[in-house]
Design a protein around this ligand. Structure first.
Ligand SMILES: [Zn+2]
Length: 157
């Protein structure tokens, strides 16, 4: 697909790059800090998206609370002790699933799935996606130097 060529309807969709993304690693230092109030050091975020309170459940699971537009949004800090790297996951306030990153959306934080965000490649028309898929398969079968590999009118046989 030529660069800049988009199916018209997709223009109005929100792309992930338009939202500020918070990676779980950003919150990792909070696992060892004293409970209390903190502020994220990110100028792109609104005041309310920056201020957080660090708390802990009875089971010693830490979570942060953001108060945005008078509503609280809780994000759990879940450490994966099974992996050698001790990877940290943060929970989405909407679906509670463990995510590696969340996006700052208008009045909250949310994961990509809950926000309905689309990656650019997912906004192609279904036919375009299908054609790209066929081309990819053809390349795998025929090799990249096959002259008609990108011609969708060539019969496969
Ligand atoms: Zn979610």
């Amino acid at each position: 697909m030529p660069k800049g060529h988009h199916y018209g309807r997709t223009q109005a969709r929100a792309y992930t790059s338009e939202y500020h993304r918070i990676h779980a690693n950003v919150l990792k230092p909070l696992l060892t800090k004293p409970l209390g109030s903190y502020s994220l050091n990110a100028k792109q975020l609104s005041n309310e998206h920056r201020k957080l309170t660090l708390e802990e459940t009875k089971n010693s699971i830490r979570y942060v609370t953001f108060t945005i537009n008078d509503k609280s949004h809780q994000i759990g800090l879940i450490l994966d002790n099974q992996s050698a790297s001790n990877k940290l996951y943060i929970t989405c306030p909407y679906c509670q699933k463990q995510r590696q990153s969340l996006y700052a959306v208008k009045n909250s934080y949310s994961c990509r799935q809950c926000n309905g965000l689309q990656y650019a490649s997912q906004s192609e028309r279904p036919q375009e996606r299908l054609m790209r898929c066929i081309r990819k398969l053809r390349k795998e079968l025929w090799g990249y130097d096959w002259p008609e590999v990108n011609n969708m009118f060539e019969q496969v046989a």
